[in-house]
Write a new protein. Structure first.
Length: 249
């Protein structure tokens, strides 16, 4: 085992990464499990738990992108109109000083997540493999999502899925695009945590194993099971995230 790491800790972290990676590939919000485990059970400080988790998320999304592509559902080309505004919003959001505290904003957002979920589950007029919004609408919506993600981060993957599902993509294609976007955003974010010394590399490497397996498996389940499999996972993920953000647990 890695020095200083108990077998039980390593096993739990791998299993948590497997579950979280599967959920992330099909919906989002899996980091609720892994960050909580690293912080509460393993004992890593909050910021270190968050930074360590980001390494796992990076690996998971790379694995999910590869798995979606292997299943014939690539997301790179369709992510292009989404990536630029999301990154721009994310960079600005990370620099802005908000007058609303993180806790207050997250409680408000947690309450809004449930109606957003039901909106996302209503099929748009045209459902398929392409974004049907006007380019200006796409830019505004995903810039706003990036702005939120840069400032607060929690639930940004779920927000991307909700927006993509309203833009005309079915949930399988929405997730294929989402994992590409999150991969790029996380690639930008991880060096910041590394430079600040907020990554425990022992746990990061162990977590990455579980995340990689979960990310691959989740993408395969999503493609082969379709929306009837994704919708229950999406509902559970949103409800869990909303409950956490409004302080129920």
């Amino acid at each position: 085992m890695i020095a200083g790491m108990e077998l039980i800790d390593a096993t739990l972290v791998v299993v948590a990464g497997l579950v979280a990676g599967t959920v992330n590939a099909m919906a989002g919000g899996g980091s609720l499990l892994t960050v909580g485990l690293l912080n509460v059970f393993v004992g890593l400080p909050g910021l270190v738990a968050n930074g360590t988790n980001r390494v796992g998320v990076l690996v998971q999304n790379a694995s999910s992108v590869a798995s979606y592509r292997k299943e014939g559902v690539g997301g790179f080309k369709r992510a292009i109109p989404v990536i630029v505004p999301v990154i721009a919003g994310s960079l600005l959001g990370s620099l802005l000083v908000s007058s609303v505290s993180d806790e207050a904003f997250e409680r408000i957002f947690g309450v809004l997540m449930v109606p957003l979920l039901f909106l996302s589950l209503r099929s748009p007029r045209v459902v398929g493999s392409q974004i049907n919004w006007h380019p200006a609408t796409t830019t505004i919506v995903f810039f706003a999502i990036g702005l939120y993600g840069g400032a607060f981060q929690a639930g940004v993957g779920l927000l991307i899925v909700v927006a993509l599902s309203r833009s005309g993509l079915d949930l399988v294609n929405a997730n294929a695009v989402k994992v590409v976007v999150i991969l790029i955003l996380t690639t930008i974010a991880v060096p910041v945590f590394v430079v600040r010394g907020q990554v425990d590399w022992g746990f990061a490497l162990v977590l990455a194993i579980g995340f990689a397996l979960g990310g691959w498996i989740g993408a395969r389940i999503a493609v082969r099971g379709g929306e009837q499999i994704i919708k229950p996972v999406l509902i559970a993920a949103v409800v869990a995230l909303a409950g956490r953000m409004i302080g129920l647990y």
